[in-house]
Ligand binder design. Structure first.
Ligand code: 5GP
Ligand code: ZN
Length: 111
């Protein structure tokens, strides 16, 4: 499978792993859109968040726990978490990943 995040998990593409647990990894986004922009994802290849909820809800839970932990370590007063699902919503890598964004203010509704 030609999945860039599976390659990062396999160590074939470099990334600075901030978290590397049994089921979850986290690393900085290559093209950050906020001062803090971290991707948190399951090691298991699933396409999107809904599929992850179906096949491994514990991993989905762990992903949000990791987001809270990292946000605390980084002293973020607040943070935004985003799962893009589908090309129309901006998903470009089809291995489920949570964007953890912080370090600036965010507008609502999102663009
Ligand atoms: P999506 O658009 O699917 O929600 O998010 C994919 C994210 O992956 C993008 O923000 C993009 O910058 C990031 N990304 C794509 N390729 C790489 C890579 O090789 N390394 C890292 N660290 N991030 C990547
Ligand atoms: Zn993958």
């Amino acid at each position: 499978m030609n999945c860039i995040f599976c390659k990062i998990i396999a160590g074939e593409i470099p990334a600075k792993l901030l978290v590397d647990s049994n089921h979850v990894v986290a690393f900085p986004d290559l093209n950050p859109v906020a001062p803090t922009h971290i991707l948190i994802l399951p090691k298991r290849h699933v396409e999107n968040a809904a599929e992850l909820a179906e096949v491994d809800p514990d991993a989905l839970k762990e992903i949000f726990k990791v987001a809270k932990k990292l946000a605390g370590e980084l002293n973020l007063p607040g943070y935004r978490t985003v799962f893009n699902t589908g090309e129309a919503a901006g998903q470009s890598v089809f291995h489920a990943h949570l964007h953890l964004l912080g370090g600036r203010s965010f507008s609502w509704p999102p663009g």
